[in-house]
Design a protein around this ligand. Structure first.
Ligand SMILES: O=C(O)CCC(=O)C(=O)O
Ligand SMILES: [Fe+2]
Length: 356
């Protein structure tokens, strides 16, 4: 699709950040700030990962999901604290009203990546995922660094928070389902949600269906696919950190833009997200300028993440996702992390000890 006045989001070239001088970099930083402040979303072009590399990545994703379900389930995600591995259709939901997302995912991590197909495997999946992960991490780091200028924080601000950062590369497949299924109330490809790390890099194929509440008024606009671009969206921790200057915006995946096939089935859709989470030890303390107040308490990034992952996957409360789960104790030792989750009612508690 051509970029014209109708295009719903700013499209920004990242090239100056990679190779430009200080003045050009500052200009891009301002463009990013404006986009993140208004919409929470931006489309990047010329960001150091080519359209061909993105195509190759989708090829790996497709081959991963094309394997038999029993095989994929051997690598099923088992822990909220280390959300890594395969999630089958219907296993994740942030919707407390029982909404249904028709998708399957694979999560790839930097640390604790045991539920990943073995190194040296047939098509080099693990090696490719590692290298794509690294490219995304490099880009995410550049994006966050660029924001230092406009947030008024030191250029070194992210250094300690990102050295042991633990992002999550997620391959998604929205399987081919009947159009009539998606038309039923409460059925989505992915239900409306905000992401909960610092920010997300998002790559999508040409099928479409991604929609964004871009003015935060409940009116969702299509985030149309644009070949060779990468979407960056602000997530909850960056909204907290920036004291609401950068917006974490609700989004969802609905009906594709393209027509269903003659048999009434929707085309499968592939997308890949890279959720940027800092070092879990990071305290997210809002940057409050003189004369401002903040509604936010400081939060520990690792606890925050585990808490929300538990809610979405129902680890602590498998039968009752609408209960409010909170972390009541979390400690991190040299070689373990111990997280205790408890429902507000105190009725359910679970301790998960996870090797780091
Ligand atoms: O598939 C997409 O385009 C969006 C995926 C998404 O929002 C997510 O996984 O958090
Ligand atoms: Fe998302």
């Amino acid at each position: 699709m051509a970029v014209d006045d109708e295009f719903p989001f700013p499209v920004v070239s990242f090239q100056p950040i990679l190779t430009g001088g200080e003045e050009e970099k500052a200009k891009v930083a301002l463009q990013l700030y404006d986009a993140f402040h208004t919409y929470g979303w931006v489309y990047l072009k010329e960001f150091g990962i080519s359209a061909e590399e993105i195509d190759e990545m989708f090829g790996y994703s497709k081959r991963f999901f094309d394997r038999p379900e029993e095989e994929k389930l051997k690598d099923k995600v088992v822990s909220a604290a280390y959300c890594q591995g395969y999630t089958a259709n219907g296993a994740e939901s942030s919707d407390t009203k029982g909404g249904r997302s028709h998708k399957e995912c694979y999560e790839h991590r930097r640390f604790n990546n045991d539920l990943c197909p073995a190194a040296g495997g047939e098509d080099g999946f693990r090696e490719f995922a590692d290298s794509f992960y690294q490219k995304c991490f490099t880009l995410a780091t550049e994006v966050l660094r660029a924001l230092c200028i406009v947030l008024g924080i030191a250029p070194t601000y992210w250094d300690d928070k990102l050295a042991a950062a633990d992002p999550q590369l997620r391959f998604l497949r929205y399987m081919s389902i009947p159009k009539t299924t998606l038309e039923k109330e409460g059925n989505y490809r992915i239900e409306p949600h905000t992401d909960y790390g610092l920010c997300t890099l998002l790559f999508q194929d040409e099928v479409g269906g991604l929609e964004v509440d871009r003015f935060h008024d409940g009116k969702f606009a299509p985030a149309t696919p644009l070949r060779g671009t990468c979407i960056i969206n602000v997530a909850d921790l960056l909204q907290r950190l920036s004291n609401d200057k950068l917006r974490s915006t609700r989004h969802r995946v609905m009906m594709p833009l393209m027509e269903p096939r003659a048999d009434g089935m929707l085309p499968a859709r592939y997308s890949t997200a890279f959720f940027v989470h800092p070092d879990p030890a990071t305290m997210i303390v809002p940057i409050v300028k003189e004369g401002e107040t903040t509604p936010y308490e400081p939060v520990n990034a690792g606890e925050w993440r585990t808490m929300i992952t538990s809610r979405d996957y129902g680890y602590a409360l498998p039968d009752s996702k609408d209960m409010d789960v909170k972390i009541v104790a979390a400690s991190k030792g040299e070689d373990y992390m111990n997280v205790r989750l408890e429902a507000k009612s105190g009725a359910v508690s679970k301790t998960a000890e996870v090797a780091t």
